[in-house]
Design a protein around this ligand. Structure first.
Ligand code: APR
Length: 229
């Protein structure tokens, strides 16, 4: 049986589906201050501003459609004889809408979390500080998205996969945010072959064995074809 493939995906994978990236020219972090909309302190300071930011992204993500890169990764999960584990930093559901499964290490726009009791539920398209928790009734509803300073989800499971994979690929991520940016080193240390697929060189490109430079909708299907043939 073929070995396990672990694929880390970032905002660049969904760029051609019309969803903004964070650090590209005109990206989300050039329009909003991270400390205002993506930290627990920002949420405590102005929960309405935070809900407005995620409401807009939630509505946009729901209207987006998977692009050929999402479709190719779903095909790889179906056709590869070994495991294909997608670890996504993205909070959209485009992997799932393409028929793939993914571990959402930064949470999901489509899910809500009660900051008081920890309950999780499917988020309404638009939420507000007045949206009560369906479990405890507290007015402490937040997006179930991991903010800066918070621990990403599924880290133990991800570490197990990185320690047992034969191929590690990073697709559409700038490699500037840890722990995700360190995954390639963990995979290398267990002897995996590492490959980066991105529109351009990144800060961590040199740590990969090989690189495919170009838009994800082109280089990801080509890479998947090369694996399956
Ligand atoms: N095809 C392939 N790659 C692309 C494309 C494209 N069409 N468009 C942009 N990219 C690449 C950029 O070159 C860049 O390397 O996608 C990457 C986007 O980088 P970021 O905007 O930093 O997004 P990401 O790496 O996913 O950010 C990681 O940071 O702010 C946090 O929680 C947020 O999950 C996010 C994390």
């Amino acid at each position: 049986m073929a070995g396990k493939i672990v694929i880390l995906t970032g905002a660049g994978l969904s760029a051609e589906s019309g969803l903004g990236t964070f650090r590209d020219e005109g990206g989300l972090w050039s329009q909003h201050r991270i400390e205002d909309v993506a930290t627990p302190e920002g949420f405590a300071r102005d929960p309405q501003l935070v809900h407005d930011f995620y409401n807009a992204r939630r509505v946009q993500a729901a209207q987006a459609t998977p692009n050929p890169a999402h479709d190719a990764l779903a095909q790889l999960q179906r056709a590869w004889s070994g495991d294909v584990v997608i670890v996504t930093q993205n909070v959209d559901r485009l992997h799932e809408r393409a028929g793939a499964s993914a571990l959402h290490m930064h949470g999901e726009l489509a899910r809500a979390l009660c900051a008081a009791c920890g309950a999780r539920w499917d988020a309404a398209p638009r939420m507000s500080p007045e949206s009560p928790c369906p479990s405890c009734g507290a007015l402490a509803t937040r997006p179930d998205v991991v903010w800066f300073g918070e621990m990403p989800y599924h880290m133990d499971e991800i570490a197990d996969h990185l320690n047992s994979c034969t191929i590690f690929a990073a697709i559409g991520t700038s490699g500037q945010v840890y722990p995700a940016a360190g995954f390639v080193q963990e995979a290398r240390s267990t002897g995996a072959e590492t490959v980066e697929l991105n529109l351009e060189m990144t800060e961590i490109s040199r740590t990969f064995d090989s690189r495919h430079i170009g838009p994800a909708s082109k280089v990801v299907p080509a890479w998947v074809d090369s694996l399956l043939t």
